[in-house]
Design a protein around this ligand. Structure first.
Ligand code: UD1
Ligand code: MG
Length: 427
C-alpha cells in the first residue's frame, strides 16, 4: 500500500502570524484538513509530521486516521529533517508539503502511475518568486536550488519545484542521512536529494503540474490567492448542483455550507457553516451556522449561529441569533436573540428581544399568530402566548396570556402653539 507523508512542522515565518501556517483557514477550513482529506482518498497509510504548535495541530487533526510524528526540529530543521522521524513502510513514499491546500486526490494519484526512482513535480511560472528553482540541462533535471541560495541567473529560471515527490523507499533510506545543512537557511533540505540522485544516475521523472492545484502558501498574499481559487471551486460545485448565484464572484460560501433543492443567492452574501434548503438569500446578507428552509433572507440581514429559520421572511437589517423561527415575518430592523417564535407571527420594525442583563442571557418565547407592533421591547425572560397583540412602542416585561392586548405608552402631552413660542414665527 502506498504511503503518504505530509510535512507540517514548519513555523511559517513568512505568514507573520502567531497561528501556525497549516492551520490558517481557506474558505473557513484549516489548510491542513484539505490536504489530509485528499490524501485519505488515495491511501489510509498517512503520516503527518508536526513540530511548531504540536499539541494544537494534533488536537485539530485527531479526527483523521493518520499517524502523527514530532520532528526533531532543534537538531534537524528543514523539509529533509522532517522526514527523518517517519518510519518508511511502503516501497513508494509520496511526500507532500502541508502548505498546498489546493491539491486533489486525482493529482496525487498521477505520481503513482509513473515508474521512476523519484517522480518530482515541476511548474513553469511567469513569476517563480517564493519557490525553489529547478535547474534543467538538455531536458534533464539537474538539481533544485532554493530561492535563498540561488544565484542571480538561477532566480530567472521559470521552472519551480511544486513540493510533491514520490520516492522509492531505498532512495530515502540512502540519501536522507547524507543531507547537510550547509546552506543559507542552515536547514536540511529534502530538495538536495535530487542533485545527489542525479549524480548517481537514478531515474528521475518530472511531472509538470499547475499552480491552480499545487500552489504553495507561504504568505498572507498566497493565502488570499489560494482562498480565491478554493472559493471559486466551491461555488462552481454548487452552481452545477443547481443553485442560482447572482454575480458569484462577489459571494463567499465556505467549505462546510450545503444547499438542498432550489436555492438562490444574491451578490455580496457570505454563508458559513450553514444548510440552505429551498431558500433565497438576498444581497449582502451574512449567515453563519444556521439552518434556513423555505425562507427568504435579506437583503442585508444577519443570521448568527444556532439559528433555525423555517418558512419565514426575514428582511433588511434584521439580526437573528440562537433563535428558532417557524412561519414568521420580521421585515425590518429587529434583533431577535435566544428566541422561539411560532407560525403566523409578525414582528414589527424595530422590535428588540432584550435578552441580556449584563450578566446572563434569557429566552423569549412567542406563540402563534402574534402581532408585535413596531419598536417593541421584549424584556426576557418572557413568554408571549398565541393570539396576542402588542401595541407599537411597548416595553413588555411580563408574560402575556393568550388573546390579550399588551400596551405600554407613556402619556402623550400636547402643548398647543409651543413651536411658535420656542422658535418664533418663520412666516
Ligand atoms: C519548499 C521547497 C521548495 C518548493 C516549495 C513548494 C524545500 C527545501 N523547499 O519551499 O523547493 O518550491 O516548497 O511549495 O523543501 N516543514 C517541516 N519542517 C521544517 C520545515 C518545513 O515540516 O523544518 C514543512 C512546512 O510546514 C511546510 C512544508 O514543509 O508545510 C514546506 O515548507 P516551507 O517552509 O513552506 O518551504 P518552502 O520555502 O515553501
Ligand atoms: Mg511553502
Amino acid at each position: 500500500m502506498a504511503q503518504i507523508v505530509i510535512l507540517a512542522a514548519g513555523k511559517g515565518t513568512r505568514m507573520k502570524s502567531k497561528l501556525p501556517k497549516v492551520i490558517h483557514k481557506i474558505c473557513n477550513k484549516p489548510m491542513i484538513e484539505y490536504i489530509i482529506e485528499e490524501a485519505l482518498k488515495v491511501t489510509e497509510n498517512i503520516d503527518v509530521v508536526l513540530y511548531h504548535e504540536f499539541d494544537k495541530i494534533k488536537e485539530l487533526i485527531k479526527k483523521y486516521p493518520v499517524k502523527i510524528h514530532k520532528q526533531n526540529h532543534k537538531e534537524f530543521p528543514g523539509t529533509g529533517g522532517a522526514l527523518k522521524e517517519v518510519p518508511l513502510r511502503s516501497e513508494k513514499v509520496l511526500v507532500l508539503n502541508g502548505d498546498m491546500p489546493l491539491i486533489s486526490a486525482n493529482e496525487i494519484k498521477k505520481f503513482f502511475d509513473i515508474d521512476a526512482d523519484i517522480v518530482m513535480s515541476v511548474m513553469k511560472l511567469k513569476n517563480p518568486q517564493g519557490y525553489g528553482r529547478v535547474v534543467i540541462e538538455n531536458g534533464n533535471v539537474k538539481k533544485i536550488v532554493e530561492e535563498k541560495d540561488a544565484k542571480k541567473e538561477e532566480l530567472k529560471i521559470p521552472y519551480v519545484n511544486a513540493g510533491v515527490y514520490l520516492f522509492k523507499k531505498e532512495v530515502l533510506q540512502k540519501y536522507l542521512p547524507l543531507l547537510s545543512n550547509n546552506n543559507a537557511q542552515k536547514e536540511y533540505y529534502l530538495t538536495d536529494i535530487i542533485e545527489m540522485a542525479v549524480k548517481d544516475n537514478l531515474k528521475i521523472k518530472a511531472l509538470e503540474v499547475d499552480e491552480e492545484n499545487f500552489k504553495g502558501v507561504n504568505s498572507k498574499k498566497d493565502l488570499a490567492k489560494a482562498e480565491e481559487i478554493m472559493c471559486r471551486r466551491i461555488k462552481e460545485f454548487w452552481l452545477k448542483e443547481g443553485v442560482i448565484m447572482h454575480l458569484p464572484d462577489t459571494i463567499y460560501i465556505d467549505a462546510y455550507t450545503k444547499f438542498e433543492g432550489e436555492c438562490e443567492v444574491w451578490s455580496g452574501s457570505v454563508i458559513l457553516k450553514s444548510v440552505i434548503i429551498e431558500s433565497e438569500i438576498k444581497p449582502n446578507s451574512v449567515i453563519e451556522e444556521a439552518i434556513i428552509k423555505k425562507s427568504s433572507i435579506g437583503p442585508m440581514a444577519r443570521i448568527r449561529p444556532k439559528s433555525e429559520i423555517y418558512k419565514s421572511k426575514i428582511g433588511n437589517f434584521v439580526e437573528i441569533k440562537a433563535s428558532k423561527l417557524q412561519g414568521v415575518k420580521a421585515g425590518h430592523l429587529s434583533y431577535l436573540g435566544d428566541s422561539e417564535i411560532d407560525e403566523g407571527t409578525n414582528i414589527g420594525a424595530g422590535t428588540i428581544t432584550c435578552n441580556y442583563d449584563g450578566k446572563n442571557k434569557y429566552k423569549t418565547k412567542i406563540g402563534k399568530n402574534v402581532f408585535i407592533g413596531s419598536d417593541t421591547k421584549l424584556i426576557a425572560p418572557i413568554t408571549i402566548e398565541e393570539d396576542v397583540i402588542i401595541a407599537a412602542g411597548s416595553v413588555v416585561n411580563k408574560d402575556i396570556k393568550k388573546g390579550s392586548l399588551a400596551i405600554s405608552r407613556p402619556p402623550l402631552k400636547i402643548v398647543k402653539d409651543f413651536y411658535y413660542k420656542f422658535f418664533g414665527r418663520k412666516s
